[in-house]
Design a protein around this ligand. Structure first.
Ligand code: IPD
Ligand code: CA
Length: 274
């Protein structure tokens, strides 16, 4: 089923992408909704894209459950027959500022396992997808992680922008250490795009000290199917049950992420991770 799923989901993602591309007033006060956390916003467009996707997926997959960024969620539905984990706009701040660095992320989960990951960047037109054991693809072409060693790597990271109080100091210390171990470091503003850049080999390592299930559900499978490795900061598997830290890399770079991350693992525990 998962192989054919992309045929139903890709047209929906492309259609939803038009809502993002057609936005004109994303930074207007009327369009913004304040969410919990530091400077955490959603726009009317996040909600419109989410509604469009949920309605379309309900029609194509009757009975499916949903976990999505702009609604109340219950992780128990991950254990059901079919659940879609949706980030309608990953990179909402980029979207508000018209940086053209946002995407739509959808994972299909069955009985706790991701059976399809799809990330669509409407600005570049790139659609990355993967199924377990089926490989990873970008616009239909096989994707593979790089073979660069850490000293030739480009890293990308997310500074957990909604958790500045607790995580900004360890994040930027870890980023500095990483920066000094590789060639350069980037910040895009979309974790799903970052994960896809590891899968396609343009970047080689990624970390963020806290991410939500909808940020990573699709990208994690895409990385693994592209030959990469994704874990929490202590090396344990990532989870979609609650927020977690993320280290993503290649067989060449992930060991260095784990080594550098070890010092910062103590910050990735406690209430905000439960
Ligand atoms: C955010 C982006 C960003 C990451 C944040 C995420 P949102 O998602 O993925 O890159 O640094 O931690 O929350 O809020 O734009 O959907
Ligand atoms: Ca997100």
């Amino acid at each position: 089923m998962a192989q054919n799923m992309i045929d139903s989901i890709a047209p929906l993602m492309r259609e939803a992408g038009k809502i993002i591309l057609g936005a004109h007033d994303a930074d207007s006060e009327n369009c913004l909704h304040v969410k919990p956390g530091t400077q955490n916003f959603a726009t009317d467009y996040d909600i419109a894209v989410q509604t469009f996707l949920i309605n379309g997926l309900k029609e194509a997959f009757p009975g499916a459950a949903f976990i999505a960024e702009e609604k109340e969620n219950n992780a128990a539905v991950l254990q059901g027959e079919l659940c879609f984990v949706i980030d309608p706009i990953d990179g909402t701040n980029c979207f508000i500022h018209n940086c053209r660095m946002s995407c739509i992320s959808i994972a299909a989960v069955s009985r706790g396992h991701v059976v399809l990951g799809a990330v669509y960047n409407p600005y570049s037109g790139e659609l990355a997808h993967a199924t377990p054991g089926g490989g990873a693809f970008v616009n239909g072409k096989p994707a593979h992680v790089s073979e660069r060693p850490t000293e030739l790597a480009v890293a990308v990271f997310g500074p957990s922008p909604y958790y500045k109080d607790t995580l900004s100091v360890p994040t930027f210390e870890m980023a500095r250490e990483l920066f000094c171990s590789c060639v350069d470091i980037h910040r895009t503003g979309s974790a799903a795009i970052d994960l896809c850049s590891i899968a396609s080999g343009s970047c080689d390592m990624f970390f963020e000290l806290i991410l939500q299930p909808w940020d990573i559900a699709a990208g994690a499978l895409i990385i693994e199917e592209a030959g990469g490795i994704i874990t929490q900061i202590d090396g344990s598997p990532i989870t979609l049950e609650h927020p977690c830290s993320v280290l993503a890399g290649t067989p060449k770079t992930h060991p260095d992420l784990l080594r550098i991350g070890a010092k910062y693992a103590k910050y990735c525990k406690g209430k905000i991770y439960e």
